[in-house]
Write a protein of this length. Structure first.
Length: 181
């Protein structure tokens, strides 16, 4: 049996940062309606259970895009990210807060939807890259309410979706993953 080299604390920190960035990229993908960014967070064949959905993460990404395109804007925040490393596998728990300005059809009435909960993810490192192999999304609360009056801010100061958001046009040169080319 081949002995494995001991890991340094720096190796652990680099792996934890890589995993955290996958979690953040998922949120960015949701908020910018960037399907490729969402899909890039999951290994092929990854399993997903969240809300009423249970299936593959690829099918969840398709469903998520339908939901996202039914919103005018969304915001996903992650907190309390805890990661346990086990060589080529890892477990993470992260708390999420999400906001969606939903557009109800027919009629176009808008509603604000707030939700929060946790993601319990099993990560795998394959070909040197960490991605989610299994996700369980747990919901702690949901709230829907009528929105306040429209924002008085000029359109140029509001977040946009892919590819029109300033993130893609000016900061990462059209790339969806946010990493160096």
């Amino acid at each position: 049996m081949k002995a494995t080299a001991p890991r340094s604390p720096v190796d652990d920190l680099l792996d934890k940062q890589a995993i955290t960035e996958v979690l953040y990229r998922y949120c960015r993908g949701c908020d910018r309606a960037d399907e490729a960014a969402i899909r890039s967070c999951f290994h092929p064949g990854a399993l997903h259970r969240h809300g009423g959905f249970e299936g593959t993460s690829a099918d969840f990404a398709t469903l998520a895009m339908k939901i996202i395109h039914g919103t005018r804007v969304s915001k996903h925040l992650l907190t309390n990210v805890l990661i346990e490393l086990h060589r080529e596998h890892a477990w993470s728990e992260s708390h999420y807060l999400a906001y969606h300005r939903q557009v109800e059809r027919p009629g176009g009435t808008e509603r604000d939807y707030f939700t929060g909960g946790r993601f319990l993810d099993r990560f795998e490192r394959q070909a040197g890259e960490w991605k989610i192999a299994q996700r369980l999304g747990l919901i702690d609360f949901e709230r829907r309410e009528a929105p306040d009056a429209a924002s008085p801010l000029p359109q140029s100061q509001l977040s946009q979706r892919f590819p029109d958001d300033d993130l893609y046009r000016h900061f990462i040169g059209g790339r969806r993953d946010g990493r160096d080319a």
